[in-house]
Design a protein around this ligand. Structure first.
Ligand code: FES
Length: 273
């Protein structure tokens, strides 16, 4: 069993759990994920590692309550335990040769972008962080991001906090102002990552995205997480989840992500009863 050391409610839909998992913490790197089960008969859900503390032996996950399992997970408190916590899985992000980077988080994607910004900033890279949310009530990790960036930009769709508009607007503005990024890292809803890639493509700026397809085993066996990158089929769980955004077929990813929406709705209704 894996004990919950700390719980935080980041906004009405998003929760943070710090889990005691020393073997995972020992090897975890930005870009990797874990698969957990809340109880022995629960479904497996993949969650990207939001932070880790090797000395304390803990791994932090941040998740949105979108389905029955994440709702159950969100009902747990510090002191409770979960059955399985498997990882780290996936390929760690690599930052060799990067001197200036823009790290972009859209909504919950900010939780996944945080360890990337933290690692880059710790390596002495000049980091611009751009995070965007629908409105001010959904903002997460603003203070944490401020600590791991040279410049922090916040956008909201409705202008209730920060700049009104989208993260891609700020990115475009920064590039046009002369910010010379070696790499842009964009993590969030597929449509946001697609738009960011459209912004950076004409400038030839390397753009890394973190893909979130449906995952089942997380070890390259089921094929559920297949994505098309550069015309080739890749498995996000073992080949990613980070990929060159300019090569990703986002339209296919968006189509595949919508396949199980009705099943998720039924499951949520069933477990809410
Ligand atoms: Fe099964 Fe990736 S989750 S192959």
């Amino acid at each position: 069993m894996y004990r919950i050391l700390r719980k935080e409610i980041l906004n009405p839909q998003v929760k943070l759990l710090e889990i005691e998992a020393p073997y995972v913490a020992r090897k975890a790197e930005p870009g990797q994920f874990i698969i957990l089960r809340v109880h022995d008969e629960g479904e497996r859900i993949p969650l990207t590692i939001a932070d880790y503390d090797r000395e304390k032996g803990s791994v932090t996950i941040i998740f949105q309550e979108v389905g029955a399992t994440t709702r159950l997970l969100g009902s747990l408190e510090a002191g409770d335990a979960i059955a399985d916590f498997c990882g780290p899985l996936g390929v760690a992000s690599h930052f060799e040769g990067v001197k200036k980077a823009a790290v972009i988080g859209g909504g919950l994607g900010t939780a996944i972008a945080y360890p990337q910004a933290k690692k880059l900033f710790g390596l002495g890279v000049e980091v611009d962080v751009i995070i965007g949310f629908r409105n001010k009530d959904l903002i997460i990790l603003e203070q944490e991001m401020a600590k791991v960036s040279n410049r922090l930009f916040v956008t909201t769709d409705d202008g209730s906090n920060g700049t009104r508009g989208f993260v891609s607007d700020i990115l475009k503005q920064r590039i046009e102002e002369g910010a010379q990024y070696d790499v842009v890292i964009a993590i969030g809803p597929p449509i946001m990552m697609k738009v960011v890639c459209d912004v950076t493509r004409p400038y030839g700026i390397k753009t890394i995205v973190s893909l979130n397809p449906v995952m089942i085993d997380g070890t390259g066996m089921c094929g559920g997480c297949r994505v098309t990158v550069g015309g080739e089929t890749k498995f996000a769980c073992v080949d990613g989840p980070d990929f060159d955004g300019h090569l990703v077929d986002f339209d296919e990813l968006i189509r595949r992500l919508s396949i199980y929406r009705e099943d998720e709705r039924i499951s949520l209704e069933r477990h809410a009863c």
